[in-house]
Design a binder for this molecule. Structure first.
Ligand SMILES: Cc1cc2nc3c(=O)[nH]c(=O)nc-3n(C[C@H](O)[C@H](O)[C@H](O)COP(=O)(O)OP(=O)(O)OC[C@H]3O[C@@H](n4cnc5c(N)ncnc54)[C@H](O)[C@@H]3O)c2cc1C
Ligand code: FES
Length: 268
């Protein structure tokens, strides 16, 4: 897989109505937005850029992965970590927000060289996995979720199937990181036929996973994170250094050539 094989979309900017909002844990909410034009174009791995309030501050839009598409509706899973995400989690049903999307590339839709998809996610990185799992299931793939968190309260498995868990403190499931869980499950997973790993989570987790998959010759795509000022290639705030084809390094704008990249390009 090369970066150019990962598809991009022509985004639209619309005023979307919040049609549902509910809290699934202490600091994480699912927000449902009516945005038919974006829902029609969305692919797993895409994100949307939301102006979280009609007031001036915060001025910049905030990026959120598309968690699920239901007809004309888009669900996002939002963790409250600062001003913008907190305002979004507290938005009332009936309010409107400006939404630009779908943005970024998607998990590879053309790769048919695997039987079982292993979705590896950590913390709020589980957000894009429901949409991806649904798409893979419609293609007849077996899907297994490996989900990590610091404690059991950080595990987000809402509506996902075949879940196995890891927590840093051992409060639920395997004690260790989700990459350690993959290491321990790999002999068993290899009985499921050819594997491909799809991942999203904190960048250090993705770096460790990229090394693990390289070592074990597992195909893997990762969805990286960065702070994003504009989401459309103007501010250069989302520069990330990745490996170049010639073995050196090159800088990409994650909002343009990401957020999904081949894990081979994320090995130091
Ligand atoms: C492609 C993409 C998809 C994302 N999808 C989701 C999602 O589905 N659900 C979700 O809850 N969040 C997601 N995020 C992260 C989300 O965009 C940030 O949490 C949000 O922008 C923070 O805004 P804020 O105003 O609440 O916090 P701020 O006040 O802007 O920041 C609070 C603190 O968090 C740090 N921070 C802000 N953004 C990021 C980031 N992207 N990575 C690491 N640290 C950051 C800041 O440096 C600061 O220390 C995604 C980010 C990207 C780039
Ligand atoms: S977020 Fe502005 S260039 Fe990528």
């Amino acid at each position: 897989m090369s970066l150019t094989m990962l598809e991009t979309n022509s985004p639209v900017d619309i005023r979307a109505t919040v049609v549902q909002t509910y809290r699934i844990s202490g600091d994480v909410s699912i927000i449902t937005l009516e945005c038919p034009a974006i829902a029609a174009l969305a692919k797993p791995g895409n994100f949307i850029n939301i102006k979280v309030t009609n007031a001036t501050q915060p001025l910049l839009r905030r990026p959120f992965s598309i968690h699920n598409v239901r007809g004309t509706l888009i669900d996002i899973m939002v963790k409250s970590i600062g001003a913008g995400s907190t305002l979004l989690c507290e938005t009332s049903v009936g309010a409107t927000v400006m939404v630009l999307g779908p943005l970024g590339n998607s998990f590879d839709q053309t790769d048919d060289k695997f039987h079982t998809a292993v979705l590896v996610s950590g913390g709020i990185g589980t957000a894009p996995m429901l949409f991806l799992e649904k798409k893979l299931a419609t293609e007849g793939r077996k899907v297994i979720n490996l989900i990590g968190g610091r404690t059991k309260d950080d595990l987000l498995s809402q509506n996902l199937t075949n879940c196995r868990f890891a927590t840093d403190d051992g409060s639920s499931g395997f004690k260790g990181t989700v990459v350690d869980l993959l290491r321990s499950e790999l002999p068993d997973l290899k009985n499921e036929g050819s594997l491909k790993v799809f991942a999203c989570g904190p960048n250090p987790m993705l770096k460790a996973l990229a090394h693990f998959c390289h070592e074990h010759q597992l195909a893997c795509e990762i969805s990286l994170e960065s702070v994003m000022g504009c989401g459309i290639g103007i501010c250069y705030g989302c520069s990330v250094e990745i490996k170049a084809q010639d073995g050196g390094t090159r800088t990409i704008l994650l909002c343009q050539e990401g957020p999904v990249i081949d894990a081979k390009l994320y090995i130091a």
